[in-house]
Design a protein around this ligand. Structure first.
Ligand SMILES: Cc1ncc(C[n+]2csc(CCOP(=O)(O)OP(=O)(O)O)c2C)c(N)n1
Ligand SMILES: [Mg+2]
Length: 349
């Protein structure tokens, strides 16, 4: 493969950073592969008519969320857009529950009523899943505000795209987040396209993280096809936020291999462009090479992982197919909150 091939050696390959353990690399390989295989399966189920509505796959971007999740601790929060299945799997939500939600079944995280773009897990501190471009950015700042108010050291990751970065509410949020020194990391997943519009057509300033300067928010650009680079940058951002220094911006340079959604004619880029990224910059292939060249794993070890992942994904698809559709009465549930924390709305009126 085209990433500078390192010679096979008895000792660790020169391409393998010395501060990364074998277990860590294997974990990243597993986590990224789970997302990729899950998304491939979701694509198949969509093709079979088992998934309705919109479905935005994360294939190609796996290293972003896996690298950043590796920097989190219990209590940290995450919120993202409609391209959300990878984020759910990476924070530990069950493949079964995500797949069943995609197919609109009772066993799904939103009991089959939310679908691909609207899933949540209070237990894993995953706050969606949002279909309105950039809507999750102010909500993410709100989550961080809650943690600051409660006086803990949790951090919120608010993920959004390069297209969303042109929304006005992002900058209103930047201003308030900085004024209040909120512990929020704004993660711009710059995959170079907003639906069918390339960054080159829509944006003259190409360093999106640099826009934080106007508000006094530090940030940096990161290679999002390198999970280790993402993790290293994430650690820096997390340390900044946990130390109470306010928000941080990470612009993670990545690429999606599939269409914007399943109904994308993809006329805005060439097949060659996509193939080149897959061949030369694939994040999973990168870790695979580090594992093999560093002699951390054999082809057979990796095959065993591939099989495990395939089993998890196939099981999730079977579960999704067998789970019933939600009962009609479910239409009337989950509309209003039933247990309001610390007093009701009337008390505060
Ligand atoms: C407020 C709003 N405007 C337009 C849309 C339609 N829309 C959905 S996704 C999208 C592109 C967003 O691109 P980007 O932020 O780069 O995220 P990506 O899809 O690349 O992950 C648009 C315009 C929407 N959902 N919400
Ligand atoms: Mg984009």
């Amino acid at each position: 493969m085209a990433r500078k091939p390192a010679p096979a050696a008895e000792t660790q390959s020169p391409d393998t950073p010395s501060n990364v353990s074998r277990d860590e690399l294997l974990q990243y390989y597993r986590d990224m592969l789970l997302i990729r295989r899950f998304e491939e399966k979701a694509g198949q189920l969509y093709g079979m008519g088992l998934i309705g509505g919109f479905c935005h796959l994360y294939i190609g971007q796996e290293a972003v969320v896996v690298g950043l999740e590796a920097t989190t601790k219990e209590g940290d929060k995450r919120i993202t857009s409609y391209r959300d299945h990878g984020h759910m799997l990476a924070c530990g939500m069950e493949a079964r529950g995500v797949m069943a939600e995609l197919t609109g079944r009772e066993g799904g995280y939103s009991k089959g009523k939310g679908g691909s773009m609207h899933m949540f897990s209070r237990e894993k501190h995953f706050y969606g899943g949002h279909g309105i471009v950039a809507a999750q950015v102010p909500l993410g700042a709100g989550l961080a505000f809650a943690d600051k108010y409660l006086g803990n050291d949790n951090v919120t990751f608010a993920y959004f795209g390069d297209g969303a970065a042109n929304q006005g509410q992002v900058y209103e949020t930047y201003n308030m987040a900085m004024i209040w020194e909120l512990p929020v990391i704004f993660v711009i997943e710059n995959n170079q396209y907003a639906m069918g519009t390339s960054m080159k057509r829509s944006t003259r300033s190409t360093t999106l993280y640099g826009r934080g300067e106007a508000f006094g928010i530090p940030g940096e650009q990161v290679d999002g096809m390198d999970v280790l680079a993402v993790k290293a940058a994430g650690e820096k951002a997390v340390a900044h936020c946990r130390a109470g220094k306010g928000p941080y911006i990470l612009e993670v340079m990545t690429y999606r291999y599939r269409g914007h959604s399943m109904s994308d004619p993809a006329k805005y880029r060439t097949r060659e462009e996509v193939q080149k990224m897959r061949d030369e910059r694939d994040a999973i292939e990168h870790v695979r090479e580090l594992l093999l060249q560093g002699r951390h794993a054999t082809e057979d070890d990796l095959k065993a992982i591939d099989k495990d992942i395939k089993d998890i994904v196939n099981d999730s698809a079977e579960f999704a197919k067998e789970s019933p559709e939600p009962a009609l009465e479910e239409l009337w549930t989950d509309i209003y909150a039933e247990d309001l924390p610390q007093g009701s709305a009337e008390e505060h009126a």
